[in-house]
Design a protein around this ligand. Structure first.
Ligand SMILES: NC(=O)NCCC(=O)O
Ligand SMILES: [Zn+2]
Ligand SMILES: [Zn+2]
Length: 483
């Protein structure tokens, strides 16, 4: 069974050209002029791009006394409607829980997925069992380990634990990820704000200033450098964090930065809204920042010091957000965005001239496929690649509204934003998964994507670390084993 996408303009991370794309089964078979297939998709006037990969989602995340309302079924339906064909979620062992045990739970949850998916494994506690299980996680096709430097008393790990885990990642050819905020300082600021009667959602932003993020990013970078591993910093929201990444990269360190579409577009003014629900729905960590920080993030994407745009999709209902009435520290942290990432980024990025179309593809798909070591299976338009593709109408418009969204929650942080540029068809491994406003992929159509460890960057860093390791100076008459 073959399908041909005819008459479109192919846009990849580095090329824009007119060509047809022939799909045979689940993969791309050929790219060129005048191709024929059993089924024809007319893409005239449209761009054909790799499906989006969102490397940062939290479906049904157990967090702050509740669970994220979005699950893999509704979340991946939302993803497809917005042109995203793969999501990478976070497996979060509870304290004392084994990594493999937690992984079984995540496989269970993700059985409902309509898109392909993968997991990052979170290191939420540390002892010999975690150390011993990390290779087993890698054997299952997971090459990334996430560390929360915030959420003190819950998910947070300390520097010694982080260093031990980063070193283990280096041995395994895996990559650490960090949520970088100084959790001790945040906890102290939260206490002070509450004691002063500052208990509304705006205090969430006061308790997490850019400095706590900048400090933690810098610390994580230095620890990763000591361990000899690459580092991926999730939800980079401010100039202080970006500056640390930029500087590290300029010094030859392998550090990647991921801004969220929310931070690029929404600002801290959202927290000052007189409507408590409105403000609380936008509570996430790090919080939204001001224009200066947004400009910095856009510049990073254009210049290459930041590589990926994600969503950190972690969607709670208004009712769940109300758990924090009277105490902002109890508002479940997280916002949605999975179905809006591509249209919003295109509208505010490509249409404004901040990004080229090719940069758009790079930051929504290709770069993360390379970083996660699944390129060119994902993130590419090449013969042999999975046919995860979007037919993109750059003239199609809509006004974002919760009443029309696929996501399960009752609001949308982009409510009222007008977007121009939308997917008219989303293909997932060769099958039409979204068309004409309808999700055609079924629950359970998604597959787990294995991501092998030992990417070239890991190998290069380990080689260099070994070459430059401290070595004992041999001196005559001094025994090697001491006295
Ligand atoms: N970002 C956020 O506020 N919630 C999800 C968990 C996390 O990524 O920190
Ligand atoms: Zn986080
Ligand atoms: Zn997150």
């Amino acid at each position: 069974m073959t399908t041909v996408i005819k008459g479109g303009t192919v846009v990849t991370a580095d090329l824009t050209y007119k060509a047809d794309i022939l799909i045979d089964g689940e993969t791309i078979a050929a790219i060129g002029p005048d191709l024929e297939g059993d089924t024809v998709i007319d893409a005239s006037g449209a761009y054909v791009m790799p499906g989006g990969i969102d490397p940062h989602t939290h479906m049904e995340m157990p967090f702050m006394g509740t669970y994220a309302a979005e699950d893999f079924d509704t979340g991946t339906a939302a993803a497809l409607s917005g042109g995203t064909t793969m999501a990478v979620d976070f497996c979060l062992p509870s304290p004392g829980q084994g990594l493999i045990d937690a992984l079984q739970q995540w496989y269970q949850k993700a059985g409902k997925a309509r898109t392909d998916y993968s997991f990052h494994m979170a290191i939420t506690w540390w002892d010999r069992q975690v150390f011993d299980e990390m290779p087993k996680v890698v054997e299952q096709g997971i090459n990334t380990f996430k560390h929360f430097m915030a959420y003190k008393g819950a998910l947070m790990v300390n520097d010694d634990e982080m260093f031990a885990s980063f070193q283990r990642c280096a041995e395994l050819g895996a990559m650490p990820l960090v949520h970088a905020e100084n959790g001790d300082v945040v906890a102290s600021l939260q206490q002070r704000l509450m004691a002063e009667g500052n208990n509304g959602p705006e205090a969430h932003a006061f308790s997490r200033p850019p400095e706590v993020e900048g400090e933690a990013v810098n610390r994580a970078i230095m620890i990763a450098d000591q361990a000899g591993v690459p580092l991926y910093v999730v939800h980079v929201s401010c100039e202080q964090a970006h500056e640390a990444i930029r500087r590290a990269r300029a010094n030859g360190m392998r550090v990647y930065g991921e801004p969220l579409v929310q931070h690029l577009v929404l600002d801290e003014g959202e927290y000052f809204n007189a409507d408590w629900d409105y403000a609380a729905r936008r509570v996430m960590s790090p919080p939204f920042r001001n224009k200066k920080h947004q400009d910095s993030l856009w510049a990073g994407l254009a210049s290459g010091s930041l590589q990926v745009v994600a969503t950190d999709h972690c969607a709670f209902t208004t009712e769940q957000k109300r758990m924090g009435l009277g105490d902002f520290t109890k508002i479940p942290n997280g916002t949605g965005g999975l179905e809006d990432r591509l249209p919003v980024l295109w509208t505010r990025g490509v249409a404004t001239g901040r990004l080229t179309m090719n940069e758009f593809v790079a930051v929504t798909s290709t770069n993360i496929a390379k970083i996660l070591n699944i390129y060119p299976k994902k993130g590419a338009i090449l013969p042999g690649a999975d046919a995860d593709l979007i037919v993109w109408d750059p003239t199609a418009t809509k006004t974002i509204a919760a009443s029309r969204q696929k996501s399960i929650i009752d609001y949308n942080v982009f409510e009222g934003v007008e977007v121009t540029g939308l997917p008219t068809i989303t293909l997932s491994r060769g099958r039409i998964a979204w068309q004409d406003g309808e999700v055609l992929a079924e629950r359970g159509d998604g597959r787990f994507v294995e991501r092998p460890a030992g990417a070239p960057v890991n190998r290069a860093l380990s080689t260099w670390k070994e070459l430059t390791a401290p070595r004992r100076v041999e001196r005559s008459g001094i025994p090697a084993s001491g006295v």
